[in-house]
Write a protein that binds this ligand. Structure first.
Ligand SMILES: C[S@@+](CC[C@H](N)C(=O)[O-])C[C@H]1O[C@@H](n2cnc3c(N)ncnc32)[C@H](O)[C@@H]1O
Length: 207
């Protein structure tokens, strides 16, 4: 699936300042804890941006990661080299569309979607792709901003969304709808940042 040129360009433009502005270190730590990573686990991190997540992975896991934006990919490659040198972790970086990674079925133990499902063109395709590459019993951790389930979004959210989705991120995606009907069990879901505007959710892939 071809990702829009604007999306690639936009994130390349943001890349010089993105890592300075977007931290969420506490949430990233929590997400890694929830995933219960074990030595030897194969971990996929699509839409990784400049790769801040790599700083929080325990040694001994094997990582495949990528992004679609050239500016982000350059930073991701450089960070991956530093982390690999420091920890000995195996990290493969590739240009990658989170909606169609081209990776084999059932080949990962854990997938992290941090600030990705609300950003890609098709959040549902991104979830389906994550499920496809997860082995049965594998874990999917999602961190993002979601519209409330089962009720209309607030007026403010509806007003801001058209601009926000062009410049930053969609505000109208519901996690329940993104996961509906997929072979996933929701293990836990909690408010994670910005007063609950951002949420963290852990799913387990069914067999
Ligand atoms: C909001 S940033 C999140 C970056 C990182 N995951 C984090 O937690 O800080 C969204 C990232 O997704 C990337 N992206 C957007 N659409 C994508 C797609 N279809 N496939 C892969 N990456 C994508 C952007 O280039 C950007 O780096």
């Amino acid at each position: 699936m071809a990702e829009s040129r604007w999306r690639r360009l936009r994130f390349s433009l943001y890349s010089p300042v993105y890592d300075i502005l977007v931290g969420f270190n506490r949430v990233r730590r929590r997400s890694m804890e929830w995933a219960e990573l074990q030595p030897g686990d194969r971990v996929l991190i699509p839409g990784a941006g400049p790769g801040r997540d790599l700083d929080f992975l325990p040694p001994g896991v094997e990582v495949v990661t990528g992004d679609i934006a050239g500016g982000m990919l350059r930073q991701l490659r450089s960070r991956a080299r530093q982390v690999a040198d420091r920890t000995g972790m195996e990290i493969q970086v590739q240009e990658m569309d989170a909606q169609a990674t081209g990776l084999p079925d059932r080949s990962f133990d854990v997938v992290f979607l941090h600030l990705v499902v609300a950003v890609v063109g098709d959040g549902r395709a991104c979830m389906e792709e994550s499920v496809r590459v997860l082995r049965p019993g594998g874990r999917l951790v999602v961190f993002d901003k979601f519209a409330p389930e089962g009720r209309r979004s607030s007026l403010l959210r509806r007003l801001v969304n058209p601009i926000s989705q062009i410049l930053f991120t969609s505000l109208d995606r519901r996690l329940g709808e993104l996961a509906d009907g997929l072979p996933l069990t929701l293990v836990r879901r909690e408010p994670a940042a910005l007063g609950g505007f951002m949420e963290l959710a852990l799913f387990r892939r069914a067999g």
